[in-house]
Design a protein around this ligand. Structure first.
Ligand code: ATP
Ligand code: MG
Length: 194
């Protein structure tokens, strides 16, 4: 499907056509990075585009998005590749051996999917965190993104997006944390956080 064709949306006809799939980054410490990416997946699914969502940290949780996306197959697919949240000590990430090995394995898998040419949009959820924790090299990710199929749109989420990635991206949004209920002791809510 032609991602650049604005059928029936005259208000979107101005400006040049990029002629290619965009690189989009959702970063920052405020809430909304993953949910904004899922929102784009939902939009894209409405246009019958093919979307793949790969989660780099989450593992096996039956989140609301996993449950609903199962019903959107084969238009949207979602896989949790992670091995759970990475522990911190004195402000530094303490990934265990399995998490370190898994980061590279997961990115290899993502690379295969990117080069497969089977998708219109691929979301790499929390990949920025994996890079900022030192589990994956920014240059490696940027190298793959630069060689992606022309029409493929790649959305990368997570805190601390590296400058190398911001440089090559078309759209970068920083979610700003003004308040978060979590800090007043309110725990994660069904339908809001998971
Ligand atoms: P969401 O999945 O809600 O869009 P996110 O992707 O922007 O959040 P992550 O860094 O992936 O944020 O956060 C993982 C979890 O922590 C989510 O459940 C999210 O709602 C919550 N969260 C996000 N921002 C904050 C914050 N500033 N303080 C505490 N918890 C947060
Ligand atoms: Mg997230």
């Amino acid at each position: 499907m032609d991602l650049n064709k604005n059928n029936n949306f005259p208000e979107y006809e101005s400006g040049k056509d990029s002629g290619r799939g965009l690189v989009i980054v959702n970063t920052g410490s405020g809430k909304g990075k993953t949910t904004a990416a899922l929102g784009m997946a939902m939009r894209a699914a409405g246009h019958d585009l093919k979307v793949l969502i790969l989660q780099f940290i989450k593992s096996g949780g039956r989140t609301g998005e996993i449950k609903i996306i199962e019903k959107l197959k084969p238009r949207v697919e979602m896989e949790q590749l992670g091995k759970g949240f990475i522990k911190f000590k004195d402000g530094r990430p303490q990934p265990d051996r399995a998490q370190i090995e898994n980061a590279n394995k997961s990115f290899k898998y993502a690379r295969e999917k990117i080069y497969s040419g089977k998708y219109d949009i691929i979301i790499l959820d929390e990949i920025n965190n994996i890079i900022s924790y030192g589990l994956l090299k920014a240059e490696e990710v940027v190298g793959v993104i630069k060689n992606k199929p022309k029409d493929l749109c790649v959305i990368l989420t997570g805190r601390n997006a590296p400058p190398e990635l911001i440089n090559i991206a078309d759209t970068v949004t920083e979610m700003k944390d003004i308040k978060h209920a979590f800090r007043t002791g309110i725990r994660a809510r069904k339908g809001i956080e998971y």
